[in-house]
Design a protein. Structure first.
Length: 68
């Protein structure tokens, strides 16, 4: 939960970060499913935040779409 307090993450980002911390894949999948059901984790919300951030920094839509 401390990772989600700082900023939005995609499911893939969170999966990669938890894998680096030596959690088992079954525990990671269960945790991600649980927090997604509670709406603490949302790929749509992550994409919206990332778009706003990149737009404010002056990037164009093609760059942002490619990054997402």
């Amino acid at each position: 939960m401390s990772l989600l307090e700082r900023r939005e993450h995609s499911k893939l980002d969170l999966l990669q970060k938890l894998s680096l911390r030596d959690f088992s894949s079954t525990d990671i999948d269960a945790a991600i499913e649980t927090i997604a059901k509670k709406d603490y984790l949302s790929d749509e919300r992550f994409a919206a935040c990332r778009c706003r951030y990149q737009l404010n920094r002056g990037y164009d839509w093609l760059y942002i779409a490619n990054e997402l």
